[in-house]
Design a protein around this ligand. Sequence first.
Ligand SMILES: [Zn+2]
Length: 159
Amino acid sequence: MIIEQAAYDAIVAHARRDHPDEACGVVVGPEGSDRPERVVPMLNAAMSPTFYEFDADDWKKLYDEMWDNDEEAVVVYHSHTATEAYPSRTDIAIAQLPTAHYVLVSTRDGADSLTYDGPVEFRSFRIVGGEVTEEEVKVVTAFSERHSTELHSSETGEN
Ligand SMILES: [Zn+2]
């Protein structure tokens, strides 16, 4: 799973904001692009430290919006506030998007604090038919490789 630094930071910030409740949301991208571009924090209707559930109205609204714009939920994320960043049995049971990357962030052990400077557990999984497969998370400055190359070559040109 490849994600931009800004989106990564927004997810971690949201998890911290909602701690000690679980935070949840979606990162939307163009259909079929596999690029999580726009972070959409959602309401955790369960307002629980151990469970998340998208608010039905929020989800319907987002779904209609994505449909209109040929977008999809590339990433579905939520936080665990006292346990590791690994899908729970419930998470696996409610995972309905086989093409989505399920991201888990843990804010346990003080990671919810803005002054926390240790590593943040940020992991990504595919959940298909009850099977969980972890995947590598690659954080990039920007998606556009052409843009990066241009930046790189112009830097080289200046040298
Ligand atoms: Zn969970």
